[in-house]
Design a protein around this ligand. Structure first.
Ligand SMILES: Nc1nc2c(c(=O)[nH]1)N=C([C@H](O)[C@H](O)COP(=O)(O)OP(=O)(O)OP(=O)(O)O)CN2
Ligand code: ZN
Length: 136
């Protein structure tokens, strides 16, 4: 029997979608207003889902306090109130689309979780635009 534990979090960040090896015109054609050279911001919402067996001693799949602290250290402290393109190392060379951000977050969290736990991360870039990654 497996149960999924969810924890929500959020961060605010600025970004710009573009490729350095493309002209401004091509970036504008592909990414539209999201390629604005002066950046724009989002209130990102995160849902982290951890699935596993319930420990018979504690009744936990994972201590949510542990998960909360992990998200704070790995995501909020790294991304909150940052310019992703300029201030977060990985996005200096990786376009900070919602897809790329969710994979980066998944990788950062995954390495701290026991192998017997499954991880799925959903990232809302806007209330209507969201992506999910589960490692596949
Ligand atoms: N596949 C993706 N498409 C888009 C991404 C992305 O990360 N992956 N990102 C953007 C922009 O960065 C941004 O998210 C667009 O936001 P916004 O203009 O607010 O979105 P909408 O136009 O859809 O606004 P609604 O109010 O939700 O209609 C674009 N595409
Ligand atoms: Zn955007």
């Amino acid at each position: 029997m497996k149960v999924t534990v969810h924890r929500k979090a959020h961060f605010n960040a600025a970004h710009r979608l573009y490729r350095k090896d493309w002209t401004d015109e091509k970036n504008e054609a592909v990414f539209g207003k999201c390629s604005n050279p002066y950046y724009h911001g989002h209130n990102y919402e995160l849902v982290v889902a951890v699935t596993g067996e319930i420990d018979p001693e504690t009744g936990y799949v994972i201590d949510i306090k542990v998960l909360k602290d992990l998200i704070k250290t790995e995501v909020e402290d790294e991304f909150d109130h940052k310019n992703l393109n300029e201030q977060v190392e990985v996005f200096k060379t990786l376009n900070p689309t919602a897809e790329n951000i969710v994979v980066v977050i998944w990788d950062k969290l995954r390495k701290h979780l026991d192998n017997n736990l499954e991880l799925s991360v959903t990232l809302y870039e806007t209330p209507r635009n969201f992506v999910t990654y589960n490692g596949q």
